[in-house]
Design a protein around this ligand. Structure first.
Ligand SMILES: Nc1ncnc2c1ncn2[C@@H]1O[C@H](COP(=O)(O)OP(=O)(O)OP(=O)(O)O)[C@@H](O)[C@H]1O
Length: 382
């Protein structure tokens, strides 16, 4: 089969047609069913019945702490690691059942980029990009026309003749991406591809991956230990802990309503779900004399723009005192979490929660703050 003839890459094969926004089809291009991996029976499973479905055209983040099993999972997806039990299929082919030339052929559909780029230092940027095409036996003329298009796609045409030692980290990763795309894969796996880069370069590489996803409809699975990477790029996210999936879903939903302690802790620097310890330690679990309720309100979607705090004042006669909060954009949608002391709200609590719910907001009573006599109403006493 001519590896350059499949449809998502027509823009590369022809004249780099401008970007087209690609909707996910909803059809899974990657399926992992009940994957278990045991390296050493004494230490137990590194992956424990992990199931995952990634739709064609999706950018799916896999996040977890060090040792959670992320690299093992991604290596099972491209057949580098054989699962102890369970199945993996990519683009309709069951990878976990293949070996030898059948596995090598299936791997053409699955490219990978790495934290440390893995470029050959003795080859120029262009020759690094050409390498997988040479190994696949693609004819010279095709390589000659295709490599410049790949370099152009990653914005590095001017560096075609540079050696890796003459490139910055971000430029090396761009070459790694161009090389990964050379054989027109259906899926790109990214193993901590931005971990060695500074924040600005990380953002540029994530923008490039997003652009490639849009232009080519390429499905991307990226493993990371940084929730901010997930926030910037992934439409879906799976959280791994001790080899198990503890949470999986649309990025916005997981960010707005994390169910697991590990997801909450990953989100701490991005979404203000949890109060700073100095504040939470001073809240009481039940109302007492001289306390006011403390409410956490999660703003999502359109209601994020409603003047909720003003309504609490005007309609309910409450004096809100904001303790903690943050509003951010996740997957292009506003998500805000604020925690406030609602002074004077105790008798009206059920009405206030009903009002928040009527707006589609999530309101939750998280404790009771003791009113400080000296420092002013509504503040928890120090
Ligand atoms: N080839 C191997 N042989 C034996 N144990 C392994 C092997 N590869 C990984 N492990 C073990 O499996 C566990 C999960 O490792 P893995 O690299 O998959 O986790 P990770 O989430 O990617 O971690 P990190 O973020 O630190 O890279 C670790 O305890 C690791 O020591």
């Amino acid at each position: 089969m001519n590896v350059l003839s499949r449809s998502p890459y027509l823009a590369l094969s022809d004249d780099l047609v401008p970007a087209r926004s690609v909707e996910t089809t909803g059809v899974p291009v990657i399926r992992a069913d009940e994957l278990t991996k045991i390296y050493d029976p004494k230490t137990g499973p590194v992956l424990d019945r992990v199931s995952l479905a990634v739709a064609e055209g999706e950018i799916h983040g896999i996040i977890g702490r060090s040792g959670a099993g992320k690299s093992t999972l991604v290596r099972c997806l491209n057949g580098l690691v054989k699962p102890t039990s369970g199945k993996v299929s990519v683009a309709g082919r069951e990878i976990s059942g293949l070996s030898g030339s059948a596995l090598r052929s299936a791997r053409r559909d699955i490219a990978m980029i790495f934290q440390h780029f893995s470029l050959l230092s003795s080859r120029t940027a262009a020759a690094n990009v050409a390498l997988p095409l040479e190994i696949a036996g693609v004819d010279r003329e095709t390589i000659r026309t295709r490599v410049p298009k790949l370099l152009d796609l990653v914005g590095l045409s001017a560096k075609a003749d540079a050696y890796p030692s003459e490139l910055s980290g971000g430029q090396k990763q761009r070459i790694g991406i161009a090389r990964a795309l050379a054989l027109e894969p259906r899926v790109l796996l990214s193993d901590e591809a931005t971990s060695a880069l500074d924040p600005e370069t990380t953002e540029q590489i994530l923008d490039l991956l997003k652009d490639i996803n849009h232009r080519l409809g390429l499905t991307i699975v990226l493993i990371t230990h940084e929730m901010d990477v997930v926030r910037q790029i992934a439409s879906h996210v799976t959280v791994l802990e001790h080899g198990k999936v503890v949470e999986s879903g649309a990025t916005f939903d997981v960010f707005a309503f994390p169910q697991s302690p590990v997801a909450r802790s990953f989100l701490a620097s991005i979404v203000a779900h949890d109060l700073p310890r100095e504040v939470s330690e001073r809240l009481l679990p039940a109302p007492a004399a001289n306390t006011d309720p403390v409410l956490r309100i999660v703003f999502t979607g359109d209601a994020a723009h409603d003047p909720v705090v003003a309504t609490l004042v005007e309609q309910f006669g409450v004096r809100p005192n904001i303790l903690h909060g943050r509003i951010d954009y996740i997957d292009g949608r506003p998500l805000g979490v604020i925690t406030l002391v609602a002074e004077g709200a105790e008798p009206k609590l059920s009405g206030i929660l009903a009002y928040l719910s009527s707006l589609g907001l999530h309101g939750e009573l998280v404790g009771h703050a003791v009113r400080s006599v000296s420092a002013g109403a509504g503040r928890p006493r120090s």
